[in-house]
Design a protein around this ligand. Structure first.
Ligand code: C2O
Ligand code: CU
Length: 480
């Protein structure tokens, strides 16, 4: 790996002994030396059963805010139907393409193989064709996720026109603290309608990211939820192309965040406002009382390319049932293993502007080749004048530091926002899964326009995975 400073595994003092590559690769061991609790993923124990879905990608006319709109849908629904399985189960999804262009699926945030017929974004399903995906989420990696098309060069347009849906992987052992909570899944999607269709992209959209005038929640404008239980778990999914949602309660009380990007925090985190960027998920716990409905609003946020909304606007509200007695919030949800930065084997550094750039600013970042078993540190700096949303497929990461300061919330994530000038250091354990995958800006237009990088993780033998060329653009843009 010429050019990258290498930190040997044994360089820094470590908690509890050395974490060598072999131990990481053995799998099945519940606890690695650095204190991370790795779920056991021993082959042979899973899958316990298979859950099957069929998704029909097809145009459909859907009524949005009182007017019929020609969208692209899964099964004629907007958002698409919920896919749900349990950790360790095989999730089989047959995608049927009834569009007039190629498409495919990505299961955003899942820690599953990126190869073969798993979460392989290099697959292309032709019009009239179909493809069957099969995924097994290892125990410990359940949560709130979503699915959307991921054909390079067509992602932004297909997502904009309606193709997105929620995906929930239930844990093998659900936290008892959340047992009493009633669940609601909310998919946010913005749209501008022109002549009965989502307004087509204009050239400025590719630089700014396309925002819509209307923010829909599960396809509705400002819906009111009426849960039966006083304790509600909201699974929020931002499926917008580019719109950032700065969320708050209208009454000014704190939001109680219990998970980001599907991964539980140790305890509910009270926040007055929280930013939900494109592709991120946020689980909130809401304890209703007899003070009436709770309204969740979004506040003006300036992402550099756009400030929106112009003033605080309601998104949805939650109406308590009449005889609600206020439930207490749990104080403990899970235990997070921290990663020891002393274990870092490989350190990489690059920049984001409208592309991924080498650390010295000299040209495009080369495809990344990593070794299974390594803990890597990626230092990423946003050198642009607008926010960019970094997303890595397959391998969740922990944010170690922001601008050199240890991050306050070390939970696992798959998508993170960088404001202009910001520098983050991410710790990424490449423990499971080999193969080729991608990282990109999740402002969907930016990804299509070139903020897309390739990563290949090699197994112990060091061989490259078979598959498309590392030149992602050349491999996938040709069918245009
Ligand atoms: Cu939401 Cu590359 O994905
Ligand atoms: Cu971007």
């Amino acid at each position: 790996m010429p050019g990258w400073p290498m930190l040997g595994c044994g360089m820094a003092p470590m908690q509890g002994g050395s974490l060598n590559r072999r131990r990481l690769l053995q799998g099945g061991a519940a606890i690695a030396a650095c204190g991370v609790v790795w779920p056991a993923t021993g082959a042979g124990r899973f899958p316990s059963r298979t859950v099957e879905y069929e998704l029909d990608a097809r145009p459909a006319v859907i009524e949005l805010a009182g007017q019929p709109v020609r969208l692209l849908t899964y099964d004629g629904l907007f958002p698409g139907p919920l896919l749900r399985a349990r950790e360790g189960e095989r999730l089989r999804v047959r995608l049927i393409n009834r569009l007039d262009e190629p498409t495919n699926l990505h299961f955003h945030g899942l820690h599953v193989s990126p190869a073969g017929n798993a979460d392989n974004v290099f697959v292309e399903v032709q019009p009239g064709g179909s493809f069957t995906y099969e995924l097994i989420v290892p125990p410990g990696y359940g949560g709130t996720f979503w699915y959307h098309p991921h054909r390079h060069g067509a992602l932004a347009r297909q997502l904009w026109r309606g193709l997105a849906g929620p995906l929930v992987i239930d844990p093998l052992s659900p936290p008892p603290a959340l047992a009493a909570a009633e669940e609601r899944i909310l998919v946010f999607k913005d749209i501008t309608v022109a002549d009965g269709s989502p307004a087509p992209h204009r050239s400025a959209d590719w630089a700014r990211g396309k925002s819509g005038q209307l923010v829909l929640v599960n396809g509705e404008v400002q819906p009111r939820l009426r849960p039966r239980e006083p304790l509600v778990r909201l699974r929020l999914i931002n499926a917008c192309n580019a719109r950032m949602l700065l969320l708050a309660r209208e009454d000014g009380k704190s939001l109680q965040v219990i998970a980001h990007d599907g991964h539980l925090l140790e305890a509910p985190l009270p926040l007055e406002t929280v930013l939900l960027t494109p592709a991120q998920r946020l689980d909130l716990l809401l304890a209703l009382d007899d003070a009436g409905p709770v309204t969740i609003v979004h506040k003006p946020y300036n992402r550099g390319a756009q400030r929106e909304p112009s003033r605080t606007e309601p998104l949805f509200s939650v109406q308590p049932s009449t005889n609600a007695a206020t439930p207490a919030l749990p104080t403990r949800l899970t235990t997070l293993g921290g990663i020891d930065p002393g274990e870092v084997a490989v350190r990489r550094s690059f920049r984001m502007a409208m592309a991924f750039l080498a650390a010295d600013g000299q040209g495009q970042l080369a495809p990344i080749e990593a070794q299974q078993g390594d803990l890597e540190l990626w230092e990423i700096t946003n050198v642009d004048t607008q926010d960019h949303v970094f997303h890595l497929h397959t391998w969740p990461f922990q944010v170690w530091r922001r601008d050199g300061v240890p991050a306050a919330d070390p939970g696992w994530r798959d998508t993170i926002n960088l404001v202009p000038g910001e520098r983050v250091e991410l710790l990424i354990p490449f423990r499971d899964f080999t193969g080729r995958s991608v990282f990109h800006c999740h402002i969907a237009e930016h990804g299509d326009a070139g903020m897309m990088g390739i990563i290949e993780v090699r197994g112990p033998g060091g061989q490259r995975a078979a598959g498309p060329s590392l030149d992602y653009g050349a491999a996938l843009c040709r069918s245009g």
